[in-house]
Design a protein around this ligand. Structure first.
Ligand code: PLP
Length: 406
């Protein structure tokens, strides 16, 4: 008899977005004329840059002719994409990352989840709370999380590090030794960032404890403040302790097209073994590379035209984030994030719970947000709003929330 991976049975249902959809549908049912505005979505809405689609069209034409046809490509990605990544994402910021430390993929979600393949089940995992759920669920699937408690909404073997306004959204070093630490900056869901000093604390911890930091920089392109690192490798010592995940999803609208990459430095050695070699082995065995057409499109981001075009879109989202932050602040809310991020993290008024505030905004302002409690217990008392919508809708939504005078 075949045996399933019973760790899957321990996973709680993905309650957050289904519950948002359920409450929204119930409201629309009883208020069919309501004009709802979605400020809850984490997906982009602006189209791909023309330079990107042009490159993709040309790539499709390449595939249509025998003389320019491409079949299986390198599992690690084509050099026409890895070269500009090394040059523009790293060398331009004073970081020396070589091409064979870069692994192109179909996005950061896959890599954040798959990286666990090269790690033992015995590792103690630490995550921030609130957190992007993929880090927790994928470790639970691999048997590294223990058991889930509905009461505490936590896994017994995961170390949770609250990141709230009280600690400036920078997790404290754990009291118990941990082996794998997930950090995300700019953060989903809080929209806050870790500065160089805060990251250095973690890099030193990881090197001292021979731990590994999984650094998720999916929102790196939103960083505008000059003293905020874009990559963990800007921190001295990070190459011996950190793996970094990048995504073109929010950078350049690739949520549907799918492309990202992971950096595994050659200096990262644990138990005498190179993690770069292990990840290469994993990828060449289980992955046949991201699509040629998509990689051509991603490479176009690094051309002067592509760069200018994606910056226009990023400016559009940044402006939305600014509108939300300013409007909520005018309305008297405590607001975090938004400056280096498309996410705005807003404290609920009084002692109101996340879901109650979600309901108030849905029913009284017809604005859909995401309750912070859905990202972990320490997200209770907050909601997340996103800047990925249409600017006019965003302005209208903010005006409606201000008018509530909560
Ligand atoms: N990491 C974080 C923190 C995210 O919020 C997301 C998407 O929402 C991802 C990774 C996934 O990125 P991708 O679309 O490249 O899989």
């Amino acid at each position: 008899m075949a045996h399933i991976n019973e760790n899957y049975l321990k996973l709680p249902g993905s309650y957050l977005f289904s519950e948002i959809a359920r409450r929204t549908a119930a409201y629309v049912n009883s208020h069919p004329d309501a004009e709802l505005i979605k400020l809850g979505i984490g997906d982009v809405t602006r189209p791909l840059a023309p330079a990107v689609t042009q490159a993709m069209h040309t790539a499709v034409d390449d595939l249509s002719r025998a003389e320019s046809f491409y079949g299986y490509g390198p599992e690690q990605g084509y050099d026409f994409l890895r070269d500009p990544i090394a040059q523009f994402d790293f060398a331009a910021r004073g970081v020396d990352i070589c091409v064979d430390e870069i692994f192109v993929s179909d996005g950061a979600k896959s890599d954040c989840g798959n990286i666990g393949d090269i790690l033992s089940v015995d590792n103690i995992v630490a995550v921030c709370d609130p957190v992007y759920p993929v880090y927790v669920d994928t470790n639970a699937m691999a048997g590294r999380a223990g058991d889930y408690s509905e009461d505490t909404q936590r896994w017994s073997d995961i170390v949770y590090m609250p990141t709230t306004a009280e600690n400036g959204f920078c997790p404290e070093l754990p009291e118990k030794d941990v082996d794998i630490i997930y950090l995300c900056s700019p953060n989903n869901p809080t929209g806050t960032v870790l500065n160089a000093h805060q990251l250095k604390k973690w890099v030193d911890y990881a090197n001292e404890h021979e731990a590994i930091i999984m650094f998720d920089a999916a929102y790196e392109r939103f960083v505008i403040e000059p003293d905020i690192p874009h990559s963990i490798y800007e921190i001295e010592g990070a190459k011996t302790c950190a793996i970094e995940f990048r995504s073109f999803s929010k950078t350049a609208g690739f949520t549907g097209a799918r492309c990202g990459y992971t950096v595994v430095p050659k200096e990262l050695i644990r138990g005498g073994t190179s993690l770069n070699t292990l990840w290469n082995r994993r990828q060449t065995t289980k992955f046949n590379g991201a699509s040629y057409v998509i990689q051509r499109g991603a490479a176009a981001i690094y051309t002067p035209e592509g760069e200018r075009q994606i910056e226009e879109t990023l400016a559009y989202y940044r402006y939305n984030a600014h509108i939300i932050k300013e409007g909520l602040e005018r309305a008297g809310f405590d607001v975090f994030g938004a400056v280096n991020s498309p996410y705005v993290w807003c404290k609920t008024p009084g002692q109101m719970g996340s879901w109650d505030f979600f309901n108030v905004l849905l029913e009284q302002a017809n604005v859909i947000t995401t309750p912070g409690a859905g990202f972990g217990p320490a997200g209770e008392g907050y909601i997340r709003l996103t800047a990925f919508g249409d600017t006019q809708d965003t302005e209208k939504a903010v005006m409606r929330i201000e008018a509530l005078k909560l």
